[in-house]
Design a protein around this ligand. Structure first.
Ligand code: AKG
Length: 348
C-alpha cells in the first residue's frame, strides 16, 4: 500500500491497545455512545488530505473510463471496489490514528475489516436512512444489544461553513425509525474524521442555509431550497467511507444481509467485494496493524485489478427490501400533506 510518512506516529504493529488517548478523551467516547456520532478533529494533516484528493481523483477517472463505477443515482462517482485496492488511499485502513479512534469507540482492540469501504466524488444523493442490517424492527438482534459496527467518513474539504457534509439525527442510533432525534449538520473540516454507528440515521450532502447556521433542514426540503439561500460547497466533494466491526453477531447479521443473493441480489456491497483487494499481502498489512481481513464471500476479489471495460459503462446494483419505519407526530402530518399535494399536482 502506498502510504505517506507520518512523522511521530507509532508503527502499525504497536497499535494493539485501545488507541492513543490524545485523539479522543473519555468524554468523547461517552458523547459518541450518547449521540451516535462524533467528529474527531485534526486526525489527518493538510498534506495528507491533498495527497488523498489527488489519488482519489486519479483512481476515479480510471474507474470511470473502465465503467467500474456504481450506477450514479445523482451525479456521484463511486468506483466499485473497496479502498484497499486504490493506490494512495488504502493506507487509511491501517493508519494507527484511524484504528485508534475505531478501537476506542467500539471499545475493542481486535477490529475486523470486511471490505466495506468506498470513495465518492461529487453528487447530491440525499435522504435519511440507516445502514445496519435490520433498521425498522426493534425485536431484531440489531436492536437488542449495543451496536458494534461503525462507519468513518473522511470528508476532504470544509463542511463547517459550506454545504455538502454529513447530516445526522442526534441519538437516533437508539430508535428503529428515521424520524427521532434532532437534525445536526455535522461541522467537519479538512483533516477531521466523522464517525457514526451504522444504526444512526443520516443523509449525505447537507445543505447549509445562508444566515441560519443552526437550522438543520429535512433532506426532502434541501433539494427544493432556492439556490441563493443555500451556502455552496467549497469544491467538488470527495469523501472516503470505511466500516469496522468486531467478530460478533452484529457483523455476522450485516454480512449475511449483503451475501444473501435471494433477498438482496447483487447489492452494492456484494458488487464491491468482487472488485476488492483480498490478496494475502494486503491481508498481512492489515494483520500487522492488528486488523483481521474477513473475506465474506468465496468469490471475494475475483474481479480485483480487472482491466476490462464494463459494458454499459457502469455496474447496476440490486435493490433491497424497502424499510418500513414507524411514523409518528409531526412527521405523519408532513407525509400526509406531501401526499395530498402530489395527488393535487398529478395530471388527471
Ligand atoms: O454521502 C454521505 O455523506 C453519507 C454517506 C452515506 O449515507 C453512507 O455512507 O451510508
Amino acid at each position: 500500500m502506498n502510504r505517506p510518512e507520518v512523522p511521530g506516529s507509532p508503527s502499525p504493529g504497536s497499535a494493539r491497545s485501545l488507541g492513543r488517548p490524545e485523539l479522543l478523551s473519555p468524554d468523547d467516547v461517552l458523547q459518541f455512545q450518547r449521540d451516535g456520532f462524533l467528529v474527531v478533529r485534526d486526525v489527518l494533516r493538510a498534506d495528507e488530505v491533498a495527497q488523498l484528493r489527488g489519488a482519489i481523483e486519479r483512481h476515479t477517472a480510471r474507474a470511470k473510463e473502465l465503467g467500474q463505477v456504481l450506477r450514479p443515482t445523482t451525479d456521484e462517482l463511486v468506483p466499485v471496489t473497496d479502498i484497499l485496492g486504490m493506490p494512495g488511499v488504502g493506507w487509511l485502513l491501517s493508519d494507527p490514528r484511524i484504528l485508534g479512534v475505531a478501537r476506542r469507540l467500539i471499545g475493542r482492540a481486535d477490529l475486523v475489516y470486511f471490505g466495506d469501504s468506498s470513495v465518492m466524488v461529487g453528487g447530491k444523493n440525499r435522504g435519511f436512512h440507516k445502514d445496519n442490517a435490520v433498521r425498522d424492527t426493534t425485536d431484531h438482534p440489531d436492536w437488542l444489544s449495543p451496536y458494534t459496527l461503525i462507519r468513518m467518513g473522511v470528508y476532504l474539504e470544509d463542511h463547517k461553513h459550506h454545504s455538502g457534509g454529513l447530516k445526522v439525527r442526534r441519538g437516533s442510533h437508539l430508535h428503529a425509525d428515521v424520524t427521532s432525534g434532532a437534525i445536526v449538520d455535522v461541522p467537519s473540516q479538512r483533516g477531521d474524521v466523522v464517525v457514526w454507528s451504522l444504526r444512526t440515521t443520516h443523509s449525505g450532502f447537507a445543505v447549509r442555509v445562508r444566515g441560519l447556521s443552526k437550522l438543520g433542514l429535512q433532506p426532502r426540503f434541501e433539494g427544493r431550497l432556492p439556490a441563493w439561500l443555500a451556502r455552496p460547497e467549497p469544491c467538488v466533494r470527495i469523501a472516503v467511507f470505511m466500516t469496522f466491526g468486531i467478530d460478533d453477531h452484529h457483523l455476522r447479521n450485516y454480512v449475511a444481509k449483503h451475501t444473501d443473493q435471494a433477498s438482496y441480489p447483487d447489492n452494492y456491497v456484494y458488487q464491491s467485494w468482487l472488485f476488492s483487494d483480498g490478496t494475502a499481502a494486503t491481508a498481512r498489512t492489515l494483520a500487522e496493524a492488528g486488523v483481521t481481513l474477513l473475506r465474506p464471500i468465496p468469490e471475494y476479489g475475483s474481479r480485483f485489478g480487472l482491466a476490462e471495460r464494463i459494458p454499459g459503462g457502469c455496474i447496476i446494483p440490486g435493490r433491497s427490501r424497502p424499510d418500513v419505519y414507524r411514523v409518528r407526530g409531526l412527521e405523519k402530518w408532513i407525509q400526509r400533506a406531501g401526499r395530498a399535494m402530489r395527488s393535487l399536482a398529478r395530471p388527471r
